[in-house]
Ligand binder design. Structure first.
Ligand code: SF4
Length: 228
């Protein structure tokens, strides 16, 4: 008769590792609940960009700069459709004063610090520096049948989650509308230039956005040659 086998001893549990910043303790209210920070402590924003304005506002801004209102529509097409801010490519604008007009309407908002790619290039992570030195990221991901972009809407985060390094740093500031949109335009530029692995996109895209606390995810469905 064989002895019944004993159950194996339960493995020792490894201690939980938390990304605790040295000396950081979670801010709590008098009842012990984590304090959330919704107000932006740093309120400075970058200079006004075309993407901060609706079309009427862009036309008014163009006229303030001494050019006809329709120049705002041309600039919008270059920026939103062609994903370019390069005056040399905007040959439908008069050469004289073009660079000054582009500098005023499309001031640079994001300085690229680093761009990381997975081996197949199907995920690209961008690290951006903003005008005040704050650092934010956006991540472009290729999936079968769609492309998703996560963009930052805040520098830091005020939700104070104890397990998260971003939460431990607190909220630096909210991004301007144009700083958020510019991440989308930069990602579109990367796609248009063929940087993203997988199949090339067509003109038909339908961006959809969903929000988490400090970032937005943009999804577009692309026709694809593989997967669903
Ligand atoms: S980034 Fe997400 S996990 Fe981190 S503190 Fe904010 S809400 Fe919490």
């Amino acid at each position: 008769m064989t002895e019944p086998s004993r159950p194996a001893a339960a493995p020792e549990r490894a201690p939980q590792i938390r990304p605790a910043t040295e000396g950081w303790t979670q801010a709590r209210d008098t009842e012990g609940r984590p304090l959330l920070q919704f107000a932006s402590p740093r309120r400075t924003q970058p200079e006004t960009h075309l993407a901060d304005l609706d079309l009427a506002g862009r036309k008014a801004r163009a006229q303030e700069l001494g050019v006809p209102a329709f120049r705002a529509t041309q600039l919008s097409t270059h920026y939103f459709t062609r994903s370019t801010t390069d005056p040399a490519l905007m040959t439908d604008l008069p050469a004289e004063g073009r660079e000054e007009l582009v500098a005023a309407m499309l001031p640079p908002l994001l300085t690229e610090v680093r761009r990381l790619r997975t081996d197949g290039g199907e995920t690209i992570k961008f690290l951006w520096k903003l005008f005040d030195g704050a650092l934010v990221e956006s991540v472009l991901m290729r999936y079968p049948g769609r492309v998703t972009l996560c963009v930052s809407s805040q520098a830091g985060c005020g939700m104070n989650c104890p397990f998260c390094a971003t939460g431990q740093a607190g909220l630096t500031r909210n991004l301007s509308a144009a700083e958020i949109v510019d991440q989308v335009v930069a990602a579109n530029r990367a796609i248009q230039e063929g940087e993203l692995g997988g199949c090339a996109p067509t003109a038909a895209t339908t961006p959809r956005a969903s929000r988490t606390s400090s970032s937005w995810a943009w999804g577009s469905r692309w026709p694809t040659t593989r997967g669903s």
